[in-house]
Design a protein around this ligand. Sequence first.
Ligand code: 13P
Ligand code: SF4
Length: 316
Amino acid sequence: MYNQATKELVNQIDALKKEKNAVILAHNYQIGEVQDIADFVGDSLELSRKAATTDAEVIVFCGVHFMAETASIISPDKKVLIPDLEAGCSLADSITAEQLREWKAAHPGAVVVAYVNTTAEVKSECDYCCTSSNAVGIVEAIPEDKEILFLPDQFLGAYVEMMTGRELHIWKGACHVHENIGEINLAEKQKEFPDAEFLIHPECGCSTSCMMKSAMYFDCKDGHVYSTSGMLSRARESEAETFVVATETGILHRMEKENPGKKFYAANEDSVCDYMKMINLENVRDALLYDQFEVKVPEDLAKKAWLPIERMLQIS
Ligand code: 13P
Ligand code: SF4
C-alpha cells in the first residue's frame, strides 16, 4: 500500500497526465511503483507498437534512451519525454554507426539486422530491426542466399543462429546485466529448485550455453527462451508453480502481481539494470510538470531509422 507521500505523487501524476493528454509507457524492467502507474507495461516490441498507435500528445517513456528514441522515430508528431536522460543501455553502446559502416564495407551486399537496442544513428544504417520476441522471424523472412550481419547482441545472435539454422555474422556486443547472469549460477539454481521451470531471456549468456550443450536446445530440466513479455505469458499459462527467471529482476514485480499462487526466483539476484532503475515516481512527475526531457531524433536521421523499424513492424 502507498504511504501518504507516494499517494500524493501518484495523484499529481494522474492529474498532470490528464491535463497534458499524456500516456505513460513502461518497460517490464521498471521499478514496481512506476509499472503500477503506467498506462501500459510491456516488452520492447509491444512498447514500439503502443507508441505507434497512441492518441496521446505526450508519451512519457519509462525505459531507456534508445526506447524513447524509437518512440520518437515512430511518432514524430508526439512529444516523447524520458524522465532521466542518463538512462542509457550498455548494449546499445556496444556499437557505433562508424563501426557499423566499417563492418558493412567489409561485407558488401549483406543484409543488416539490428536489435532494437541500438541508437537511432545505428538504426539508420540497417535494413531490419528486431526485438527479442521477433528476431527469429525477422531472420527467417530474409532470403536464404543473403549474407546477414546481426548486431549488437552476441547471445541473441547465437540463439537466432540455432533456431534458424542460418549462419550469421554476429557483432560481439553484450548487455552487462544479461551477460553476468552466467552459466554457473543457472546450474546452481537447478539444484536448488529441481521442480522449477526456467524462463530465460535470449540476451543471457546462460541461454546460449544451455542450448550449446543440448540436442534439444536445453540441458535445463525445463527451460524456455522468451522475450520479457513472452516470459510473462508463459508464467500465466504454465501449470508449474515455481519459476527461475533469468533476466533483469524488475520483471518479478509483474510476475508476482499476475500470478499470486506461484513462486518466482531470480536466476541471479544481482541482475539489476541501473539504467532502468533511474526512473522513479518523482522524475515521472517532473517530466510531466516541466515537459522534460524531450527526446527528439532529427528529421533526416529519423526518416532513415524509420525504415528498418517499419519493416520489423510489418513482418511481426
Ligand atoms: P525485451 O523486453 O524486448 O525482451 O528486451 C529486454 C531488454 O533488455 C530491453 O532492454
Ligand atoms: Fe540495456 Fe541490458 Fe539494461 Fe536492457 S537490461 S536496458 S539491454 S543494459
